[in-house]
Design a binder for this molecule. Sequence first.
Ligand code: SF4
Length: 459
Amino acid sequence: MLLRHTTDEVLERSALTVNPAKTCQPIGAMYAALGLHGCLPHSHGSQGCCSYHRSTLTRHYKEPVMAATSSFTEGTSVFGGQANLLQAIETIFAVYNPEVIAVHTTCLSETIGDDLVQIIAKAVGESKVPEGKHVIHCNTPSYQGSHVTGFSSMTKAFVTYFADPGAEKSKQINVVPGWVEPSDMRELKCLAHKMGIEVVMYPDTSDVLDAPQTGKHEFYPKGGTTVEQIRSSGGSAATLGLGLSASTAAVDALTSKCGIAGTMLELPIGLQATDRFVDTLRTMAGVKVPDAITDERGRLLDMISDMHQYVHGKRVALFGDPDQVVSLAEFLTLLDMKPVYVVSGTPTPQFEERIAAAGVNVQESKIRAGAQADMYLMHQWIKQESVDLLIGNTYGKYIARDENIPFVRHGFPILDRVGHSYFPTVGYEGAMRLLEKILGVFMDRQDRDAPEESFELTM
Ligand code: SF4
């Protein structure tokens, strides 16, 4: 009973968050930057922020995440961080030789008001940036938004700094995948390639944060979208953005800078959302969907129809990133499950409308996004009326344990399990994995609780 003080009495709060259902903006900027080939993320702030962000990513991906810091001290906090950043840029290029340094701010440097555009221009003017190398930036004050906002801002910075409106026109499609796992990015590319479509990913963390073990440490793994690819995206035929919260900014920036038509969809998690993804790509590229993809869809449909009896009518509490929970809610609703509580700590305009569009009966559910939409509130709702299943990141395990609820880990961060960075949850095969995980916790629970006379070998 680690959360024994949680009561079922909900008091409206306006200035207090307890156990937030989100994390810090710079973590998202750091994750997005790692999806650019040869990029070293740089945290413009104190060492503690950078250590926290790196360690959270390292624990989630089980990979050593590299990042540099401006290493603010008391003096820097008073006089500003320009001297530290100029020195850092010079040292990083001399010692670590990245293609790109992607700088993001922290609460402290934002509060001081450091002007990164001016500092980077000064670094270029003083020849601290070698020929052919780049320094880019985005602002990530963590007293606003969440890790999703930081991811979105760094993705948009790729467009601002690199997308070339004069790039040669091509048939390739830009895909802004939103905050999904490296395995998901690999699956999105794989689906596109099966349709014969070339894509530029904004960003691509596959083969960076799920790089194979070769016995040799690569400071810059082989994965990641190259600067050249991002430049060429200015001449692409179209842009497809996935996840309204994480990807809209980059899609809009590509439209306004390069005049490329952009289409936004929810993340392709589950049957219907994947259908829309595949159909939109097919239409954009003017291609046919191959039998291999139709067969994947058919296997998912078969699994749903076989297993529907075990999930029908189950009440679910969901928490996490808005893009993730919206698509999850749609998939659960298709399975005839009931997402009764949906919470996201990321401030999200029209969150309830998006959940309603996913098919959830919002009159019968409790839906909340923003600073006070925390895990404490969701726990209080669960205490008022419990659920059959909890889905969310690792922090949900405390609620699941105290309330004796089957728990499926999904989202960020997952600190106590593996698999998320290797097995996708997007696409038809991803949906099969999600369904398998949900069925697994229900059947484990049935095995645990069944009286001896009802303990079945075959289920
Ligand atoms: S919330 Fe602000 S101060 Fe805290 S770790 Fe994040 S950036 Fe640093």
